[in-house]
Design a protein around this ligand. Structure first.
Ligand code: HEC
Length: 193
């Protein structure tokens, strides 16, 4: 009797788990997630963290409470890392895991020249999202012997802090950013096996 109950409990949880899984898998290929949906989901998390860090940590602590500033030289100055530096710290930690997946923050008007588009697909993607507000760009590219799915998402000026800091920065090649402008792009690259 006891073992039957256990079996029943096991079966019902499996059914719940399976139906949950197929719900998540969604459209055509039940139980699997397309590279585009995977990239879109990862971008949603990155974008949420980035906007929250800028608004709830940098803007609040620096501009509202005036307790601590964000500074490029945050370690020396005992300050907060800039939003872009915080983003790169995450990207570097993920890259160490060697998951066949990398991401970064690029721009056509970079303060840091390292953040320029390098590959043909990156350049094409950055130009596309700059001209088509609110749209994403998806492509594939071969780097070395591997093929990658590359997604390019707009990085938007969500706070006044984004605009004023970039416009006033001595190394910024552009000084007329406005709230809501596309300032750059998040590029996500996933190895397609
Ligand atoms: C206090 C100054 C400051 C604030 C606030 C700030 N940035 Fe930046 N941002 C920088 C600096 C400096 C870099 C270059 C950092 C690096 O790569 O080491 C940078 C990098 C970037 C890049 C990569 C291209 C580049 O310019 O090098 C993008 C895109 C970007 N920021 C967009 C934004 C957006 C959008 C916001 C608001 C959510 C924001 N920034 C807030 C100073 C700032």
């Amino acid at each position: 009797m006891k073992s039957k109950l256990v079996l029943l409990a096991f079966l019902s949880t499996s059914v719940v788990a399976l139906s949950g899984f197929s719900l998540f898998g969604g459209d055509k290929e039940e139980g699997s997630v397309s590279l585009q949906r995977m990239a879109d989901a990862m971008f949603a998390v990155m974008e949420a963290d980035r906007a929250n860090y800028t608004k709830e940590v940098v803007h609040r602590m620096q501009n509202v409470e005036k307790i601590v500033d964000a500074d490029e030289f945050w370690e020396d100055k005992k300050a907060l890392p800039l939003p872009a530096q915080m983003f790169r710290l995450g990207a570097e930690r993920v890259a160490e895991k060697d998951l066949g997946f990398t991401y970064g923050l690029l721009s056509q008007w970079p303060i840091n020249k390292q953040n320029k588009a390098k590959t043909k697909t990156e350049k094409e993607g950055l130009a596309y999202i700059a001209e088509n507000a609110g749209e994403n760009f998806y492509g594939s590219e071969k780097l070395g012997s591997d093929t990658y799915f590359t997604a390019v998402y707009p990085d938007v000026a969500v706070s006044k802090a984004c605009v004023s800091c970039h416009n006033e920065h001595k190394d910024s090649p552009r000084t007329d950013f406005k709230l809501g402008d596309t300032m750059g792009a998040v590029v996500i690259r996933i190895k397609a096996d």
